[in-house]
Ligand binder design. Structure first.
Ligand code: PLP
Length: 393
């Protein structure tokens, strides 16, 4: 190792690739040898970006809307997001509380950069989206994982939460519906979390990127709606999942103005701004027809029912019926293998690419994550191949 590499900053030493990309690369190596693999690993919609949104982006490029924008986003998009989010959760926001970024991930990263001092404690879900822990550690803060309990439909273990929250807690991250479990945090748990956050005077980062993909009768509740929460919540959302725009890179967060101003400065000195035409496409996404979002939601709903039934029909697997997102998180403890072993076995033996639950934290051991953003035919074929391969164990 040369001296130059020895000297990489300590804050990067814990970073590892996201499990989904790691397994995708393995699957692609097998595919390169001519073998068919069914992909149930990467968490992105299998639909094209809706045509009206794509056209709005193209029009913006061809009419020369390709210059720098204000770092926190163009005013009409910030206004559209304030209106949309306000209507969605029944609150009122002003455009200067909205910060737009290239994807939702920067709206996890920069608010945490603005809030966290080294050593501050941050509560987050385990299993959870891998970037939470990575960003907490980049900031030098202390990750405090709270297990999600299968028997509570993968909501927080509230006893553990109440034990862990304390005056050193600076931030609590919640994600409902959740990646990787598809679970929704019940309103009662959200209220307990909100009250504890107020009592301990800490912030809450609510990752609501899957909120439009829910299969419950009522819309998913936002923790920001509880009394006293507006001044301490960062509501993060984005366009990637709802409008099939993962590659456009467009996300946002709504937060108190003072924090939004600082996040805007961090954007100024990092990404500069989000692509202009992407932002214009985002206005069309929010203000254009919404029927396609509903159609896609119904398609995912059907696929969820097929995959959950199929998994429960495989001897040794049990699978909860998740109420949101496009993931299932089946229990595979019966096989007595680590989830990493089993995911590798399924890739090699069945040609089905799934993720080990441990890609999302230690508490994911004993589970797999399957993303059902794939056709019903592909899902059924994958289930058959999995059943066959697992019957040999
Ligand atoms: N939050 C969760 C829970 C996610 O699953 C993802 C993407 O997979 C993101 C945030 C980031 O979204 P984006 O692709 O818009 O950065």
């Amino acid at each position: 190792m040369t001296k130059a590499y020895d000297q990489l900053a300590d804050r990067t030493s814990h970073l590892v690739a996201e499990g989904a990309y790691f397994f995708l690369a393995k699957a692609q190596q097998i595919e390169a040898k001519g073998r068919e693999i069914i992909h149930l690993e990467i968490g992105q919609p299998d639909f094209q970006t809706f045509a009206n949104i794509g056209m709005a982006g193209i029009r913006a490029i061809t009419t020369g809307q390709t210059r720098y924008t204000p770092p926190a986003g163009i005013p009409p998009l910030r206004e559209a997001i304030a209106k949309y989010t306000g209507e969605r959760i029944g609150m009122t926001f002003s455009a200067d509380q909205v910060t737009v970024g290239p994807g939702a991930k920067p709206l996890l990263f920069f608010p945490m950069m603005a809030l966290l001092e080294p050593g501050d404690e941050v509560i987050y879900p385990d299993p959870g989206f891998p970037s939470y822990r990575a960003i907490i550690k980049i900031m030098g803060a202390k990750p405090v994982p709270i297990p999600l309990k299968e028997e509570k439909e993968f909501s927080f273990d509230m006893d553990e939460f109440m034990k862990k929250i304390n005056p050193r807690t600076r931030l609590v991250i919640v994600n409902s519906p959740s990646n990787p479990t598809g679970g929704i945090i019940p309103a009662q748990d959200l209220e307990t979390i909100a009250n504890a956050a107020i009592k301990n005077d800490c912030w809450v980062l609510s990752d609501e990127i899957y909120t439009r993909l829910s299969y419950t009768k009522e819309p998913v509740k936002s923790i920001m709606t509880f009394p006293g929460m507006a001044e301490r919540t960062i509501l993060m959302d984005g366009f990637s999942k709802t409008y099939a725009m993962t590659g456009w890179r467009l996300g946002y967060a709504v937060m108190p103005k003072q924090l939004a101003d600082t996040v805007g400065l961090l954007l100024t000195h990092s990404v500069g701004c989000t692509a202009t035409f992407t932002q214009i496409a985002g206005i069309e996404a929010l203000e254009g027809p919404q029927e396609q979002v509903e159609t896609v939601r119904q398609v995912f709903h059907k696929r969820r029912d097929v995959i959950v039934k199929g998994l429960n029909d495989i001897p040794g697997i049990t699978c909860q019926m998740p109420q949101g997102a496009f993931y299932v998180f089946p229990n595979i403890k019966h096989f007595g293998r680590t989830s990493d072993d089993l995911a590798n076995y399924l890739l090699q033996e069945a040609g089905v690419c799934v993720l080990p639950g441990t890609s999302f934290g230690k508490m994911g051991e004993g589970y797999l994550r399957l993303c059902y953003a794939n056709s019903i035919e592909a899902i059924e074929k994958a289930l058959e191949k999995m059943k066959d391969a697992l019957s040999k164990l």
